[in-house]
Design a protein around this ligand. Structure first.
Ligand SMILES: [Zn+2]
Length: 79
C-alpha cells in the first residue's frame, strides 16, 4: 500500500486520498479558449513514465489539496 505524507496530517494510507492528477496548463484568459484548447485542458495528459507532479486531496482527513512528486514506475513519493 502506498503511504502518502499529507503536509498537515503526516503519513497516511493511500485509501484516505484521491488523486487529482497532474497539473494542467490553463489557456490564457485574455485570448479565450477555442474548442481544441478546451479539449486539451480537459482530456490531454502527459502520462509520463517516471517522475511527475500530481495533486492529491486528503479526502478522509484534513480535506486539503496538496502537490507531490511521484515516480509512476514504482509509486515512490519523491522529496
Ligand atoms: Zn491531511
Amino acid at each position: 500500500m502506498l503511504v502518502i505524507a499529507c503536509p498537515f496530517c503526516g503519513p497516511r494510507a493511500e485509501n484516505e486520498f484521491l488523486c487529482g492528477g497532474e497539473p494542467v496548463r490553463r489557456p490564457d484568459a485574455a485570448t479565450g479558449a477555442d474548442g481544441a484548447a478546451l479539449a486539451e485542458l480537459l482530456y490531454a495528459r502527459d502520462n509520463v513514465r517516471g517522475p511527475q507532479d500530481e495533486f492529491w486531496w486528503h479526502k478522509h482527513g484534513c480535506r486539503a489539496w496538496f502537490r507531490i512528486r511521484r515516480d509512476t514506475r514504482d509509486n515512490r513519493i519523491l522529496p
